[in-house]
Design a protein around this ligand. Structure first.
Ligand SMILES: NC(=O)c1ccc[n+]([C@@H]2O[C@H](COP(=O)([O-])OP(=O)(O)OC[C@H]3O[C@@H](n4cnc5c(N)ncnc54)[C@H](O)[C@@H]3O)[C@@H](O)[C@H]2O)c1
Ligand SMILES: [Zn+2]
Length: 355
């Protein structure tokens, strides 16, 4: 498989994703042909700054750009309108013009907010993604979803805005704490489970950790294919939510202070597959494969509290507006499908696999 993936969205444009060890040092040079920018605004967070900011700045400076940087306090708690406003004010302070570019150096929190700030600053400027967590490398840097959280809930505010390039340097994962690595595994296992059986098997055989470049390429290739075919999430893109309806509900039930996102999604994938297999919608043995694979990567597959409480949170999802929801289930590993279910049937289905 090539280390480059072209994402082209009809009517929106195209950009390339490149996965290569050490590419962070070449990001400036590789960005140069894509822009007429004079200035580059590199935005990162307080954990990533001491690790990689100098390399990113040097890389853009060597390529001839005038480089400025801004860092905010790391963590989901910073993913607010206030931080987006601070990023925008930083853009103003350095007189970033419509021709100039922003660079998001960091995990999904940085990528989502820099993407959003770029989407709205001067009604839209170009930006580059330099993702440094496994989750952002396999998932959030691809697809053009940008945004921030609101007091009323996560990711309630944002815009679709594609980067002009994504440069993925898997070597940055060497400094990533284990807990965040596992969040990335969970999303990559999800990618395999919905559409790429070979990727799932790589995890199943215990070979994924030694082949992270391959995991990233396969995940990105799957996600970019899906978003090209369904940019605005009217159909197939919903597959990416496998495990997420219950996962998000668990995160909200625990007020975002319990399981991490990846852990909650792992439980979500297990719970929904147990139910769909019991209901006869999923090939027998699939639940066992999912559970074994997640456990082997130290991800949880159940919770020690009553799932009934969580189901109530599925119903009150702020993004859902009707009295039913589109669950994503597996017919088999690598074969997802949308399964609409009314709220009235949700509890019996999830708890007992009864339809
Ligand atoms: N846009 C999308 O399509 C999409 C998809 C999935 C998730 N997301 C969003 O992504 C966010 C989660 O992303 P995340 O897990 O990357 O979180 P994150 O950005 O908070 O990064 C996790 C932690 O790792 C640190 N870090 C980052 N890179 C590092 C490195 N190389 N070495 C050491 N530490 C490093 C960060 O400072 C942070 O403390 C959530 O806000 C979620 O909503 C967006
Ligand atoms: Zn997710």
């Amino acid at each position: 498989m090539s280390n480059e993936i072209l994402v082209s969205t009809p009517g929106v444009g195209e950009y390339k994703i490149t996965v290569e060890n050490g590419i962070l040092n070449k990001a400036g040079k590789l960005t140069k042909p894509l822009t007429t920018a004079k200035k580059v605004a590199v935005v990162t967070d307080s954990n990533v700054a001491p690790l990689y900011l100098k390399r990113a700045i040097d890389s853009y400076r060597t390529a001839g750009f005038e480089v400025y940087s801004f860092s905010f306090t790391a963590g989901e708690a910073s993913k607010t309108f206030e931080t987006v406003k601070n990023i925008l004010e930083f853009f103003c302070l350095i007189h970033l013009t419509r021709k100039d570019i922003a660079v998001a150096l960091g995990g999904g929190v940085v990528g989502d907010m820099v993407g959003f700030a770029s989407a709205i600053y001067l009604r839209g400027i170009d930006f580059v993604q330099l993702p440094t967590t496994l989750l952002s490398q396999v998932d959030s840097s691809v697809g053009g979803k940008t945004g921030c959280d609101l007091p009323a809930g996560k990711n309630l505010c944002g815009a679709f805005h594609n980067p002009i390039a994504v440069f993925i340097d898997p070597e940055t994962l060497e400094t990533l704490p284990e807990m965040y690595l596992k969040d990335g595994y969970s999303e990559a296992i999800k990618s395999g489970a919905i559409l790429v059986p070979e990727l799932f098997e790589l995890f199943e055989k215990g070979e994924a950790m030694k082949n992270l470049n391959e995991v990233i390429l396969q995940s990105v290739s799957m996600k970019s294919g899906v978003v090209q075919r369904d940019f605005t999430e009217k159909g197939e893109r919903m597959f990416l939510n496998f495990g997420h309806t219950i996962g998000h509900a668990i995160e909200r039930y625990e007020n975002f202070s319990g399981l991490t996102h990846g852990q909650a999604v792992a439980v979500g994938m297990s719970v929904i597959t147990k139910a769909s297999e019991k209901a006869g919608l999923t090939k027998a043995g699939t639940y066992d494969r999912i559970v074994k694979c997640l456990k082997a990567h130290n991800l949880p597959t159940e919770v020690d509290f009553d799932l009934c409480r969580v189901i109530e949170f599925c119903k009150s999802d702020k993004k859902s507006q009707s009295d039913s929801l589109n669950l994503v289930i597996l017919e088999d590993i690598g074969k997802a499908k949308i399964f609409p279910l009314s709220f009235s049937k949700l509890e019996a289905f999830i708890l007992k696999g009864v339809l």
